[in-house]
Design a protein around this ligand. Sequence first.
Ligand code: 8Y4
Length: 291
Amino acid sequence: MPKQILVKAEEIKQVISLAPGRQLTLTRPLVMGILNVTPDSFSDGGKYTSTDKAVKRALEMETEGADIIDIGGESSRPGSEPVSEKQELERLIPVMKILKKHLKIPISVDTYKANVAKASLEEGAEIINDISALRFDQQMAPLAAEKKVPVILMHMLGTPRDMQKNPSYRDCVAEISLFFTERVAFAVKMGIDKSKIILDPGIGFGKRLVDNIEIIANFKEFKKLSRPLMVGVSRKSFIGMLNPDGSFPDRRLGGSIAAAVAAVLNGADIIRVHDVAETVEALKVIQAVKE
Ligand code: 8Y4
């Protein structure tokens, strides 16, 4: 009779492979730092250009312990209007060109446009963060398949413009799980290797307060899909709803850390955050307690 081999679940090292010789190792929760390259986030009329400031912030986040930098050129906040492909590229490409020379950690590009993703991959981005989960641009799945890059598939009910107009679910976690199963099948059918797929329930994207809380509380459910799980809770409005004073996004740090910790304790692998230093600090404590 063969000897039984017992391995603790946490000792099975999951990896996400990037370019040859590069990989993300999921033995601890990873921190993805948010870099918004939109005029509202980086223009103050000062002497630095928005490109300079974005580059500086990315390098600062790396120093603070970020594992990935997520660069976006279009705001996907509720009610926000789409920007043109040209405009998105004009914002992203100058920043990527500089960062690929200076950053050691990988860059993910936050876009649902295949042409923007393609140009970004050519400028050194190594991961696609598609909030539409390959639904908005028919060329996105073939691109991800061809380039063999990891792709983040996020759940959203509706579009950024209309997603917060009366969202409702019978069973939010079950519906998101079903969506994940369908999108993974689609991606695989399109030639994307299953090992390259990361899933994200899309906190705040067509969700009420109760839905966001249910997702975090039941995050373990998504583990059944056997894919790395990502989550973005940072400074989102549901955190504001739980606190007086919460209408200001910069007053949501404590709540953001708490939500990130809750998600990690329930199995999240990658946390997308604005406040990298504080999140890294919190997750080190959580990791020590878990180990
Ligand atoms: C204050 C600051 C209030 C930011 C709201 C926000 C996710 C994402 C976004 C996410 C993945 C945001 C691009 C929304 N959220 N990508 N992107 N997952 N994969 N809002 O949760 O940060 S943008």
